[in-house]
Design a binder for this molecule. Structure first.
Ligand code: G
Ligand code: G
Ligand code: NA
Ligand code: MN
Length: 254
């Protein structure tokens, strides 16, 4: 498979890029955070979505290098904005399961934070439950180590797997992201609406900040606001955009 061979060269050839999707704080309407989403700018095949190469990279172990590149690029961008007085804004980076088996992750995160003279709190890590399944105790320990650097964790795609509220209680998460499949039907189905409402309430009871993903319609945003959801993310507000475009949005907001 030739994509596979090409994948070995993505970093050396500088073919990866991060796009950023704003997360809007519902109470203020402001962008205070953005999710970094990786893209592969292939020399002949054009822009390739992570859906097509992240699993390949997981299989081959290349995800470690790609993941490192993403975190380090996010830190570089944060430092750049800090110097230009853009923001304040936090960046959330997605972590894949394999990255979480790497015991040197906390140490390398700390080194990047120090190198770029950042506060840990400007960085968030998004993980899905599959990332945590392997070795619970070790995962909790690693998360605690990273949390002590003031880097926070978000549980991504919540509601799609087996992760229960017990899960959220045991692992040091500070944010819960409701999967977009629930948001999609929340206004057309009373049942789905109630599920979203209960996720928000239970999230708050556990002391978590709640983000709704995949918000595409104003009606959904209005309901989420009425339900007390904290942040929204989705095409209604913005697609993932380049760093320059996000910078423009940040600079122009009141
Ligand atoms: O951006 P897009 O909607 O195409 O992302 C598709 C999938 O790829 C999503 O599940 C998203 O979480 C994942 N993804 C995007 N960027 C990264 C990344 O930097 N690392 C990992 N592990 N997954 C990512
Ligand atoms: O798995 P994760 O939640 O990281 O997936 C993020 C993916 O969701 C990205 O590929 C992003 O492009 C996509 N996405 C973001 N907002 C929306 C939206 O409003 N609608 C849809 N259909 N996809 C979205
Ligand atoms: Na994510
Ligand atoms: Mn998600």
């Amino acid at each position: 498979m030739d994509l596979h061979n090409d994948l070995h060269r993505v970093i050396k050839n500088n073919e990866l890029a991060l796009l950023y999707q704003p997360k809007i704080e519902i109470s203020t309407g402001r962008i205070v955070s953005a999710e970094a989403l990786v893209r592969w700018n292939h020399p002949t095949k054009g822009l390739i979505s992570p859906d097509r190469f992240v699993f390949l990279a997981e299989e081959t172990g290349l995800i470690l290098d790609i993941g490192d590149w993403c975190i380090s690029e996010a830190c570089r961008q944060l430092a750049d904005w800090q110097q230009q007085d853009v923001g304040p804004v936090r960046i959330a980076v997605n972590l894949s399961p394999r990255q979480f088996t790497d015991r040197s992750l906390p140490h390398r995160l700390q080194a990047l934070i120090n190198h770029h003279q950042l506060q840990g709190s400007v960085l968030e890590l998004e993980v899905t439950e599959s990332t945590l399944l392997d070795d619970t105790d070790r995962a909790i320990k690693m998360m605690q180590q990273i949390c002590s650097m003031d880097v926070h964790f978000a549980m991504d795609d919540f509601g799609t797997g087996y992760a229960s509220f017990d899960y959220l209680k045991r692992y040091p998460f500070s944010t819960l992201k409701i999967d977009r499949s629930f948001i999609m039907h929340m206004c057309s189905s009373e049942r789905e609406g109630s599920i979203v409402q209960s996720m928000i309430e239970m999230g708050h009871q556990l002391g978590l900040v709640v983000v709704a993903e995949g918000v595409e319609e104003q009606e959904q945003a209005d309901s989420l606001k009425a339900m007390g959801c904290d942040f929204i993310q989705g095409f209604l507000y913005s697609r993932p955009v380049s760093a320059q475009e996000l910078q423009k949005l940040l600079v122009e907001q009141p």
